[in-house]
Ligand binder design. Structure first.
Ligand SMILES: *Cc1c(COP(=O)(O)O)cnc(C)c1O
Length: 417
């Protein structure tokens, strides 16, 4: 995190305020550091186990394995779930690159399906079409094969983007039908909920697939004071393998069953996270309240702006509050001129990133992701954002959009573009 991201100067409204919660928790966090110095217990140990137990309980899973980042969590979860070199793993193009990096870094091949325009998460109908029309079942190996490259399909990685759950029931059903593993990318969804009709209950994201990955990057809803991540799972074997993968493939010191990584969660980060986890339910609730406030204050802009909505089966935790407008860059520039910070998550869908040119996708392949990428703006969103700040943000947004000519700013244009 760079300073200008989080330091609030004068009456500027930063996109993210990471300073305030740390100042509020200063005594408890400082104590962690002092304890670490006097015990010199920096890696593993009781602080890591305590956090793992607390986070597993929070996510309603049997196991949690702390690792060094969300990217490690995704990579280790895929490896531990049996995704092998040459396999296909299906995900969405509108996500942070780490989702795809984890797939390629286990030697697998990412293939994308587009997202649902209302939730920005995996379009389960597109997934079904992909599995039924673009793949074929191989009787000999009892595996689904991607027709375009002849590779076996191993896994699906839905992303609970912005803190809103993907529609997991159809994803789990399709995965069962075709013997695929589901690894949730829950890196933006600590405590989000999904109503599963198949299970007839609300479920925490991270507890639905075979395994899930969380990031505790400082700006996430639950953030460390540095880098950290975790895998959650109900599968004891996956948990055991993740524990080995994060620690050079060893269960016993210097007895290496396979090559792993240096991907452990360090003890101070675990202790910081345990302190912050106690506040997470309240912080998430504060974000939900701020989302409601934005919804009320921006409601009258329905001609020119599309606001985030919650699917009936989702309780979102608003990691980001993302609106859609035409000519987004102009809005961002004008807000910046008024010292209001914003973000774009993300400006280029993965299939059009230079890093993935070799995958051979082209513009037009995933039209919803491409359109969203052009229209999205993330407004300031954090638990301590004040009502006054939200009013000022919305007042400016309203003024900027009102000054545009009605023809060029119409929602009909936005929807049809
Ligand atoms: C943050 C994030 C990651 C990666 O987490 P790191 O801790 O930064 O490695 C992966 N996927 C998504 C959707 C994320 O937002």
């Amino acid at each position: 995190m760079t300073n200008h991201d989080n330091i609030s100067q004068g009456n500027a409204i930063p996109f993210l305020d990471l300073v305030t919660p740390h100042v509020q928790l200063k005594d408890a966090l400082t104590e962690v550091f002092q304890n670490a110095l006097t015990t010199a217990s920096f890696i593993g140990g009781p602080a890591v186990e305590a956090f793992e137990n607390a986070f597993a309980e929070f996510c309603d899973t049997r196991h949690c394995v702390g690792v060094a980042s969300g990217t490690d969590a995704l990579r280790f979860a895929l490896m531990a779930s049996g995704v092998a070199v040459g396999d296909v793993v299906i995900t969405v193009p509108n996500t942070f690159i780490a989702t795809a990096e984890a797939i390629t870094q286990v030697g697998a091949h990412p293939e994308f399906v587009d997202v649902d325009e209302r939730t920005s998460t995996m379009d389960t109908e597109e997934l079904r079409i992909f599995l039924e029309a673009r793949c074929e079942w191989d009787e000999a190996t009892e595996r689904l094969i991607s027709k375009s490259n002849g590779r076996p399909v191993a896994a699906i990685v839905p992303v609970h983007l912005y803190g809103h759950a993907a529609d997991m029931d159809p994803i789990m059903e399709l995965a069962e039908r075709y013997k695929l593993v589901v690894v949730e990318d829950a890196c933006q969804a600590h405590g989000a909920e999904y109503f599963s009709s198949r299970n007839n209950r609300w479920m925490r994201t991270g507890s639905i697939g075979r395994a899930a990955a969380f990031s505790f990057y400082p700006g996430k809803n639950l953030g460390a004071c540095g880098e950290a991540g975790a895998i959650t799972t109900n599968d004891e074997e996956i948990a055991r393998r993740c524990r080995m993968i994060r620690d050079h493939g060893q269960a016993k010191k210097y007895y290496h069953d396979f090559e792993g990584y240096n991907g452990r969660l360090d003890a101070m980060q675990a202790a910081f996270l345990s302190i912050k986890l106690r506040h997470l339910p309240d912080w998430n609730e504060q974000r939900r309240l701020r989302a409601q406030v934005y919804g009320r204050l921006l409601n009258e802009l329905s001609e020119t702006t599309i606001l985030p909505t919650e699917a009936p089966w989702a309780k979102a935790i608003y990691h980001l509050y993302v609106i859609r407008v035409k000519d987004r860059d102009d809005l961002i520039a004008q807000l910046a001129a008024n010292r209001i910070g914003t973000g774009v998550h993300y400006p280029i869908p993965l299939h059009l990133q230079m890093a993935y040119r070799h995958l051979g996708y082209k513009e037009g392949d995933f039209p919803i992701s491409e359109r969203l990428a052009k229209e999205i703006v993330s407004l300031p969103m954090y638990p301590n954002l004040t009502l006054d700040q939200q009013k000022r943000v919305c007042e400016r947004v309203r003024q900027i959009l009102a000054e545009r000519s009605p023809v060029e700013s119409g929602r009909s244009v936005l929807m049809a573009s």
